[in-house]
Design a binder for this molecule. Structure first.
Ligand code: ADP
Length: 331
C-alpha cells in the first residue's frame, strides 16, 4: 500500500479520492468508499501508528477538519506512548518481584540457621554462657529478627506492586482476629508496662477478608502503637459495626481503632507516613527498630480488601489509627 507507506516514511497526511477497491494498491475498508485520509500518529519524529478515515461521500478536507484530525492524532500518540510505558513498568515490576522472591528465598535459609544456632548457644547447649556472651547473643538474635522482618516486608511490597498477592477471602469472626493479635503482641506490651484495653462487642457480625492479612494489618498497627509509646503508656484496640459514612464501598463495615497515648506525629510528618521507607525524623521514633514499610503495606492490604485506613495524631499526645473493612453479607 504505497499511500500508507508514504505516510509512514514522510510523516505527512495523505489524501486520496477514488481509492481503488478490492486487492488493488489502495484497498479500502469500506466497500463504497470514495475518499481516504491517512493521518500519521507521531511521537517526536517517529511514526508509531496511522489514523485511517474513509468516507462514502466526497468530502473537502478543510483546514478545520485537518486541524481536528491532527489534534486527535496528537492525543492518540500520547495515549499509545503511555500504554507502552505502562506495559514496560509492569514488566519491570514483575522482574523486580522475581528478583526479590529469589533473594528472599536465598536469605531465609542462612537466617534460619543463624537464629537456630544462636538460640542453642544462648540456651547453654554447648557450654555455659557468661553475661557478656549472653548480651552479644541477644543482639545477634534481635538483628536477625530485623533482617527477617525486612525480607518479609520487601517480598510483600514487591508482590503487591506486581499484582501477585493472592487473598483468600472468608467470613471471619472479628473477636478471633483481635485475640490472635493480642496474643502475639501482649508480651512486648507488658515488657514496657503499657496498659492494653480491648473492646470488642460480642454481637459483631463477621468480617469479609483474608485472615492472615487482617492479622498482619492489625499486628502492624498495634506493634507501632507499642513501639511509639513510652513505657507506662496506654494502648486500646476497639471494634464496632457501623454504617459506612466514609466512602462509597460496602454500606455496613467493621470499624477497628488502635489508639495510643504515645509520641504522636507532627503535621509535617503526617503527610508522609504511608510512603515506602518513610520514618519520622523524631529521635524517639528512630530509637525503635523499623523499616518504614509497615504502613505502606498495611494501607495496600486494607485497600485490597475493599477497606480504608486513616489516622489522627497530636504530637506528644497520641495517635489513633482507623480501618474499615466490609462485613460478610449474610445470604
Ligand atoms: P516503621 O514502624 O517500621 O518505621 P511504619 O511504616 O509502620 O514503619 O511507620 C512509618 C512511620 O510512621 C514510623 O516510622 C513513625 O514515624 C510513624 N508512625 C506510625 N505509627 C505511629 C504511631 N502509632 N505513633 C507515632 N508514629 C507512628
Amino acid at each position: 500500500m504505497p499511500t500508507l507507506i508514504a505516510s509512514i516514511e514522510t510523516g505527512q497526511p495523505q489524501f486520496l479520492s477514488n481509492p481503488i477497491r478490492g486487492n488493488g494498491t489502495n484497498q479500502t475498508l469500506l466497500k463504497d468508499a470514495v475518499g481516504q485520509v491517512i493521518i500519521p500518529i507521531r511521537r517526536e519524529s517517529t511514526v508509531i501508528g496511522l489514523l485511517l478515515l474513509e468516507s462514502t461521500q466526497a468530502e473537502n478536507n478543510s483546514e478545520e477538519t485537518m486541524g481536528f484530525l491532527s489534534r486527535l492524532s496528537d492525543h492518540a500518540a500520547i495515549a499509545i506512548a503511555n500504554a507502552r510505558l505502562y506495559t514496560e513498568v509492569q514488566e519491570a515490576n514483575l522482574a523486580k518481584s522475581d528478583f526479590i522472591s529469589f533473594v528472599s528465598h536465598e536469605l531465609k535459609t542462612p537466617m534460619t540457621s543463624i537464629k537456630g544456632f544462636t538460640d542453642l548457644l544462648a540456651a547453654g547447649v554447648v557450654g555455659p554462657v557468661n553475661d557478656a556472651q549472653s548480651n552479644f547473643l541477644t543482639t545477634i538474635r534481635s538483628n536477625v529478627d530485623r533482617m527477617a522482618t525486612l525480607v518479609t516486608d520487601l517480598t510483600d511490597v514487591s508482590r503487591i506492586e506486581a499484582g501477585r498477592l493472592r487473598l483468600d477471602f472468608a467470613s471471619l469472626p472479628v473477636s478471633e482476629i483481635v485475640e490472635e493479635v493480642v496474643r502475639s503482641t501482649r508480651a512486648q506490651i507488658e515488657d514496657k508496662n503499657q496498659k492494653l484495653t480491648v473492646i470488642t462487642p460480642a454481637d459483631l457480625p463477621p468480617i469479609w477478608g483474608d485472615r492472615t492479612r487482617l492479622i498482619q494489618i492489625l499486628t502492624n498497627l498495634v506493634s507501632n502503637a507499642y513501639k511509639y509509646t513510652q513505657a507506662e503508656g496506654e494502648i486500646s484496640i476497639s471494634a464496632e459495626c457501623t454504617e459506612n459514612v466514609w466512602d462509597e464501598g460496602s454500606p455496613r463495615v467493621i470499624h477497628l481503632m488502635v489508639k495510643d497515648s504515645g509520641y504522636g506525629i507532627t503535621p509535617e510528618n503526617q503527610k508522609k507516613i504511608f510512603q515506602k521507607f518513610y520514618r519520622a525524623d523524631d529521635q524517639k521514633v528512630r530509637d525503635a527498630p523499623g523499616t518504614g514499610l509497615g504502613l505502606n503495606i498495611t494501607k495496600q492490604l486494607v485497600e485490597l480488601q475493599g477497606g480504608k485506613i486513616w489516622f489522627e495524631s497530636v504530637f506528644r499526645v497520641g495517635t489513633t489509627f482507623h480501618i474499615i473493612i466490609p462485613i460478610a453479607e449474610t445470604a
